[in-house]
Design a protein around this ligand. Sequence first.
Ligand code: AMP
Ligand code: ZN
Length: 473
Amino acid sequence: MSVYLYNTRTRRKDEFQPLNPPLVTMYCCGPTVYNYAHIGNLRTYIFEDLLVNVLKLAGYKVKHVMNVTDVGHLTSDGDEGEDKMRVAAEREKKGVMEIARMYEDAFFRHTAELGLARPTVVCRATEHIQDMIDFIKDLEDKGFAYISNGNVYFDTAKFPKYGSLSGQNREDLKHGARTEQDMNKRNPSDFVLWFTSSKFENQILQWDSPWGRGYPGWHIECSAMSTKYLGERIDIHCGGIDHIPVHHENEIAQSEAHLGHDWVNFWVHMEFLNNKAGKMSKSKGGFLTLDTLKEKGWQPVHYKYFCLTSHYRSSAIFSDEAMDAAKKAYENLSDYMAAFKAEAEGKTLSPEESADLQKLQTEFDGYLFDDLKTPLALSYMWSVVKDNGKSAAERLAFLLHVDGVLHLFLKDVAPKKKEEVAVTPEIAALLEQRREARAARDWAKSDEIRDKLAALGVGVKDLPNKQIELIKL
Ligand code: AMP
Ligand code: ZN
């Protein structure tokens, strides 16, 4: 079955074809580690991880690369502002690298709690400075860069395609709009490749370069590291929608100027998680983390379930009520799982059930292959779970398949414990009579007694060696 994905580049849902099947190369812009990832960031990573799982389900092998921004990355998407790492280090009275590692660890702890796999390659910006310098040097040699007041800038006027991803004219793009315009730029959309001087002083992390001691602009890390780990052409590049107009335009300009050809085939962007007050943002502060949710009594998997109830290309609104509903739904689902596990123990599927299961799985997969339609996949899942016409063993097998893609920790749910039957003298007497009837091969009497026991809420299962198991009905 083919996978279809909405491609920001073509502005339509396209059939996905990798350049070198069965390999899929996928790059995702990773976290800035000067603070915890907020649950909005995590929504984006949840869908990126899901995309990896869906591609694997379709038979592909995925090389998933994610960067960790542990240097620079300024307050605005443009080139002005404060060094966020330094601000965090001062706030928490720690060294910048200590801050970076602490938040990176927290990030991967959170993503693991959400059942997200660690990407194939996780690359830190600070460990790839030479790759970035080489990349910038090449842009300079090819005439795409200029030096102004000590900084190296990308000259967007030299890249006619600039703005095509977001459908904007280069002239309309004013990246310094939210802050003061950088007077060193030739064009408003130009951006810094390498800083040796900037508005803020005391940048702690600095490296020697052909242009003097300084540090890279934010955008260059993704171009340099993606090329290093995934080669000259990439099948899929992901990120939140906020990255389309600046960060991803800049990545395209740098990479295509450097490579001399088209770079990314599919651009896949995740819509935002908002709260009732509006957009959740890291730099604004006051955001929710996974730990905050846990303090409020919700587990990470409840948040993941909540995310899957909306499509990744629609924005979602976070609320306590929506989280409570997700928690309830998930608990209900894991109750079903526990009951199916108990009931299906030791049972195998008949050939008819196996054939039917195939159909169920294909229909479920179809919703995910169609641009990750998780709300439809979940509602289909529920229709199967609640179908009492299907055996527990078949529904269990189906849910294990669902869990193999959505990673909702269902496979870890313990089977429902069988309730102990309290054997009253009346029940004991009936059991003894049943034993005698069976010994006398009086099946009619044995059945009659079984009915009397059932009326008392007790089921009897005959085991080998004349043993019996009592079941609470
Ligand atoms: P950052 O650490 O700020 O660079 O963001 C990490 C990822 O989360 C990026 O792909 C962003 O586009 C994405 N992102 C940021 N804010 C939100 C939000 N409120 N909802 C969903 N994704 C977001
Ligand atoms: Zn990036």
